[in-house]
Design a protein around this ligand. Structure first.
Ligand code: GTP
Ligand code: MG
Length: 327
């Protein structure tokens, strides 16, 4: 008897390469369908092998185009690739654009590619929780490289660092971009900078300025971000971009403790987020119970300040039962 016999049917289907089962599980994740939870639990030990690469950057800099070019490059190398486009605002706009553009260049019968755009609608854990779960499904399904493109707010851009082992920040050669990037906090998350649209004027200058900026800072965790000039439009610099990404991966692997430490940091962030999600849910439940409306009544009437009331709610819900029973 093998351990596999105890796996849920959907997990077995995913592991056997059933792409429709994979897509169905992703939909369940997006819809917060609790039926997916035992499947995720069963698949978790089979994850952790994929190289997860995040791509972030300002609107319209060519992230999807770079993803598309990397995808083509990796397929030529024989690497299996999955793409996840994360759009926190709309399930259709940005994502479907990405899907359409990539569909143009890929062979629909190519089982080595999987593309998914996703939205995360109103979950307390935000975009990250659902994205992590979708990435894990792809990881378990055996994709070697998973490219995660963020679409939308700067906050989501920054959260990519909690999901990906390598973060690529895509920029374009326009004056002031570096300053904007610094402001948006993107500078801190980049392992690799990609100055895209090199077919336009100024790319080399922008890359030089950026390299200087990178040179001024201290390496983060021993790594100094690489700066690559590329044009997703004509394909120049894409193999160099992949080389830079792969170099970061190699750097992580050079010291086994390094990758483990980075992963533990990401997992700690995830656990805090998940616990916070539970607390948030139970606090909402507490306040929505009519018999508990005294919390809100007291705060609204200025009898209790919000922090004291919050302490009271937390105590009531999470203090050990023995303590709660005391008079
Ligand atoms: N000249 C030039 N244009 C490019 C290049 N790469 C992308 N573009 C164009 O830039 C525009 C935006 O490209 P996308 O790939 O959709 O950019 P994005 O960053 O994914 O956009 P959002 O997801 O909406 O933020 C499109 O019109 C592309 O054709 C490039 O290397 N050179
Ligand atoms: Mg895009």
């Amino acid at each position: 008897m093998t351990g596999g016999a105890r796996l849920p049917a959907a997990a077995r289907a995913l592991l056997s390469g059933d792409r429709r089962a994979l897509a169905r599980l992703m939909t369940q994740v997006e819809n917060h369908d609790p039926a997916v939870l035992p499947v995720l639990r069963a698949l978790y030990p089979k994850t952790g092998r994929a190289h997860v690469i995040g791509l972030a950057g300002p609107l319209g800099v060519g992230k999807s185009s770079v993803v598309n070019a990397l995808l083509a490059h990796l397929r030529k190398l024989g690497t299996t690739v999955a793409v996840v486009a994360v759009d926190p605002s709309s399930p259709f706009s940005g994502g479907s654009v990405l899907g359409d553009r990539i569909r143009l260049e890929r062979d629909p019968g190519d089982a080595g590619v999987f593309i998914r755009s996703m939205a995360s609608r109103g979950r307390a854990g935000g975009v990250s929780a659902a994205t992590r779960e979708v990435v894990r499904l792809l990881d378990a399904a055996g994709f070697s490289v998973i490219l995660v493109e963020t679409v939308g707010s700067g906050q989501v851009d920054i959260e990519i660092r909690d999901i990906a082992s390598t973060s690529v920040v895509v920029l374009v050669p326009h004056l002031g971009d570096e300053v904007q990037t610094l402001k948006a906090g993107l500078f801190e998350i980049a392992d690799v900078f990609c100055v895209n649209k090199a077919d336009l004027a100024g790319a080399d200058l922008a890359a030089r300025d950026l390299s200087e900026l990178v040179g001024l800072g201290a390496p983060r965790d021993g790594w100094r971000p690489a700066v690559v000039v590329a044009s997703a439009r004509d394909g120049t610099g894409i193999s160099e971009l992949w080389t830079a990404i792969a170099a970061h991966e190699k750097f992580l692997d050079a010291d086994p403790k390094r990758r483990a430490a980075a992963e533990r940091t990401r997992l700690a962030t995830e656990l805090v987020e998940l616990v916070r999600e539970r607390y948030t849910e139970s606090a909402r439940e507490e306040l929505s119970e009519a018999s508990r409306s005294h919390w809100l009544d007291d705060v609204a009437a200025r009898r209790t300040d919000p922090r004291t009331a919050a302490d009271g709610i937390f105590e009531r819900q999470h203090a050990p039962k023995a303590r709660r029973r005391r008079p």
